[in-house]
Ligand binder design. Sequence first.
Ligand code: BT5
Length: 259
Amino acid sequence: MVEENLSPADISRNLKTDFIGKKVIAYPSLSSTNDIAKSEAKKGAREGTVILAEEQTAGRGRLKRAWLSPKGSIALSIILHPTPAQLPSLIMVASLAVAHCIEKVSGLETQIKWPNDVLIKGKKACGILIESDVRGSAVDYAVIGIGINVNLLPADFPEIAATATSLAQELGREISRREMIRCLLVEAEKLYLALPEGDSVFREWRDRLVTLGKEVELISGKTSYKGVAESVANDGSLLLRQPDGNLIKIVAGDVSLRQ
Ligand code: BT5
C-alpha cells in the first residue's frame, strides 16, 4: 500500500479551506462515519468538521443498504449547516467534488449517475449518502457521507465484483488517499460556498449526468417507472417522460439504464 493510516494532521496541514477539514477526527475502524458525524453534530461540532475512517464495519447506503468500505477505501463524512434551500444541492456539491478530484488526482474520466453515484467506465466507484436533521423550517445539521473505492480491488469482494470499480483497478496502481481527501475537502468547500451565488453548481451537475436523454427503468419505493430521463429540476429531482407522453417528477429512486 502507498500509505499507512492517515492522521488528522496529514489531512489538515496547510489545507486551503476556511472551514471544511480544519478539524478532522480519524479512526482506524468505525461502524459508519455518518453515524459518528451525526452524533458529533448533535453535540455541537462546528461546521466543516470531518470524520474519517480507515475502514467501516457497518457502512450504510440509502434505504439501509450496506456500503462496503474495507481498508484502502476512503470513507468520510463532512458536517455542514446549510439553509433549507441549500439542502437538495448537497448531493450536487458532493458528486461534483468527487468527479473533479478523481479526474484531477488520477486522470480518469468520471460519469455522474442520478441521483448519487460516481462511475468510471459505467461502474460504481463512489457512493454518497446525505443525511440531515430538519426542525421546523431550520436545518439543525447535514452530513455529507462519501465512500470512494481507491486502493482496493472489487474482484476481492463478490458482493460488488460485477458492478463496482476502483481507482487502483482502473489505473493498475495505487494512488494517494491523502491527496484525494485533501482535494475533496477543498472542492467541496468551493462548491458549497458557490451555492448562494446562482445555479452554476446545478448546471454543471445536470450537464454531467450520464442518465439524461436515456431510456431508463426507475424504481422509487415500491413503484417502477419506465421512460426517458428527460431532465432534472434544480431541487435535484428527475423528470421522466413516460411512454404515454406524461412528464413525472421523481424525488428519489434507483435508475438502471435500458439497452
Ligand atoms: C450509496 O448508497 O451509494 C451511498 C454510499 C455512501 C457510503 C458513505 S461512506 C461514508 C459514509 N458513511 C456511511 O455509512 N455511508 C457513507 P446506495 O445508492 O443505496 O448504494 C448501495 C449499493 O451500492 C449496495 O446495495 C451495493 O449494491 C453497492 N455497493 C456497496 N458497497 C459498494 C462499494 N464499495 N462500491 C461500489 N458499490 C457498492
